[in-house]
Design a protein around this ligand. Structure first.
Ligand code: ARG
Length: 601
């Protein structure tokens, strides 16, 4: 595989100064001007946004109206929001950044950026690295709780969504220089282990000496033990006793539990490896020793009450209270999550806890977060940090509009999906003669990158809250908003640069980007907006915003490439640099989406 850029894509923070987003840089200028124009008014923060209509400008500052509302009736010399806007403009410090400003409507200020400034920013990024375009976020350390499958149960498409969405959020935060604790909150505890352990004792008498693999297919094992549990009262009783022994920490039961977990763990790991996702497991059992302490804290605040034999926390506006100790004295999913939240805040010192699960668990998290607020663990105001956020997502549907299943009506196995995506891609590449043109390894790697990338992108491009239909034909199409189209677009740019025969590293040193043509300028501006899109996607926890950005980038590039001749033109050098910058930003987008780029097609 030929790499066009010599700069490896790394997750390492840069030693170069981070310039921040355009919005941030504009905000600095407007902050100065607001202070100069209205020295008596405190607490005005510049409100900068991208212009809705690019004919009016690139950005807008929206402070004039609210300022006017503050000062009118106080004997001000100003006669309305427009003059207020004018005063803001007049007090802007001189800068390389702004070409011109104008007031519009009821107090908007439209800002047009200097194209020389845009060009310089891109040139600098090409030399200093795209890490210098990382957004600055108001957090230091976050926990992203994602994937989190359950032991002995199949990892299904729902877990695929959690894994893909969580990984992207973690990557975007990491890129923004936030420390991320990638937590796999595996369901490794609960009463089902009683029956699994007893079944293990019955089925494999020498289980201690046998390897974990002796258990074989853990789902089948689970099913069989469940059936036994439901039909054999004697077994049921033993299973219930086993739960007590396990919770009491009895050696033999502990060992059996570990062995069962190990089988699942290896299976999960195989999926993560394929997806290129890395997680650190702190399963439900990890929090067990801390539960009494966390519940004590809640109890001391007077939050825990007796209700129908259980211990519960009543939450305003919720019909059913949050049960934290069951009637039999056992702990549950909520006790563990409350404790995990406490642990993450106090032991791990995280300032943002992010939970990625299907929307079905929204209520659960609302209750847990509300209880933490009542306890004073989290601030009252939703927008203040430390903060806890539930990232819910919808269902994956089949072509029939029902929950996605295979013909056997079993839930779809993750690995099968990935296998099929890859083999379909391989076939498509072979049909285009790549089997003879490329080495077997290249064929394999490309099929994998495109296949897995397609599955991920098809998921991420949707607003996560909406259900989406899983359709191989659609996601593997090379037209439209698909990973295949985008990966090919990137490869095509790389091929333009290769075919020019020019040394791109040398060109970078020379620089000289000029954004004379409107399509050059539009592309340049869109490139520059990368940082604020990543910021918005992080703050709102919406990876689809990055997908939209990436798709628009490829469209802007196509327009540019159609209307501006690159190779062989008098503008070749500067336009090749624009090609390279586009490829660099595209690759970073792919990286953040967990997609491996390809360099030739
Ligand atoms: N194991 C759970 C499930 O499969 C998801 C756990 C999510 N994380 C959490 N802290 N509750 O539904």
């Amino acid at each position: 595989v030929v790499k066009v850029s010599s700069r490896p894509i790394s997750t390492m923070a840069t030693d170069k100064e981070i310039v921040g987003s355009v919005k941030e840089q504009l905000a600095k200028l407007f902050e100065e001007s607001l202070r100069a124009a209205f020295p008596d008014i405190e607490d005005v923060h510049p409100m900068i946004a991208i212009c809705n209509d690019s004919r009016h400008g690139d950005y807008q500052c929206n402070n004039a109206m609210s300022l006017w509302n503050k000062i009118k009736g106080q004997g001000t010399q100003f006669r309305g929001p427009q003059p207020v806007g004018k005063a803001i403009i007049d007090n802007l410090p001189a800068s390389e950044m702004i070409e011109r400003c104008s007031t519009a409507g009821p107090g908007f200020i439209n800002v047009v950026l200097k194209k020389q400034w845009i060009a310089k920013s891109i040139e600098r990024m090409l030399i200093d690295g795209i890490e210098t375009w990382a957004p600055k976020l108001p957090v230091k350390r976050t926990v992203v709780d994602f994937s989190s499958p359950n032991i002995a149960k199949e990892m299904h498409v729902g877990h695929l969504r959690s894994t893909i969405i969580g990984d992207t959020l973690a990557r975007m935060l990491e890129f923004s220089n936030v420390e991320v604790l990638r937590r796999n909150h595996v369901g490794d505890w609960g009463t089902q282990f009683g029956m699994l352990i007893e079944y293990l004792f019955d089925k494999i008498p020498n289980w201690e000496a046998a390897s974990a693999q002796a258990i074989g297919d853990l789902q089948a094992f689970y099913k069989a033990s469940k059936q036994r549990f439901d039909n054999d009262p004697d077994f049921k009783e033993r299973a219930q006793k086993a739960v007590v022994s396990l919770q009491g920490g009895e050696e033999k039961y502990r060992k059996a539990w570990t062995q069962i977990c190990e089988v699942s763990r290896e299976e999960f790991q195989r999926v993560y490896q394929r997806l290129g996702v890395h997680l650190e497991e702190k399963g439900e059992s990890f929090y067990n020793p801390y539960i009494p302490k966390a519940l004590d804290l809640l109890n001391n605040k007077g939050l825990i009450q007796e209700s129908e034999g259980a211990r519960v926390i009543f939450i305003e506006g919720k019909k059913i209270p949050l049960i934290v100790v069951k009637r039999d004295g056992g702990f549950n999913y909520a006790s563990t999550d409350l404790t995990a939240l406490w642990y993450r805040l106090n032991e791990e010192k995280a300032d943002w806890m992010i939970y990625v699960t299907d929307v079905g668990q929204r209520e659960h998290f609302e209750m847990v977060f509300a209880a933490a607020k009542l306890a004073g663990w989290l601030p009252q105001n939703e927008n203040d940090f430390p903060k806890a956020s539930h990232v819910g997502f919808g269902l994956v549907l089949g072509d029939d509009g029902k929950r996605f299943r295979t013909r056997s009506t079993e839930v779809v196995k993750l690995v099968d999906l990935l296998d099929e995506a890859k083999s379909r891609c391989k076939l498509a590449l072979e049909e285009r003669g790549k089997a003879t043109e490329w080495t077997a390894e290249e064929l394999e790697q490309t099929a994998e990158a495109v296949g897995y990338g397609a599955v991920k992108y098809a998921d991420l491009k949707n607003n996560r809250l909406t259900n989406y239909t899983f359709n191989f034909d659609q996601m593997l199409s090379d037209k439209g908003n698909t990973a295949v189209y985008l990966l090919y677009a990137h490869a095509r740019i790389c091929s333009i640069i290769r075919k020019s025969g020019r040394d791109i590293e040398e060109l970078k040193k020379v620089g000289g980007i000029v954004l004379a043509h409107p399509d050059e300028r539009a592309l340049g501006l869109h490139l520059l907006q990368f940082a604020e899109i990543v910021e918005e996607a992080c703050i709102n926890l919406l990876p689809n915003l990055l997908c939209e950005y990436l798709y628009k980038l490829s469209e802007d590039f196509t327009k540019f490439y159609t209307n501006c001749q690159v190779v062989g033109s008098a503008e070749e050098t500067r336009r090749l640099l624009l090609c390279e910058a586009t490829a660099v930003v595209m690759r970073k987008c792919f990286y953040l989406l967990g997609i491996t780029p390809v360099y030739k097609i």
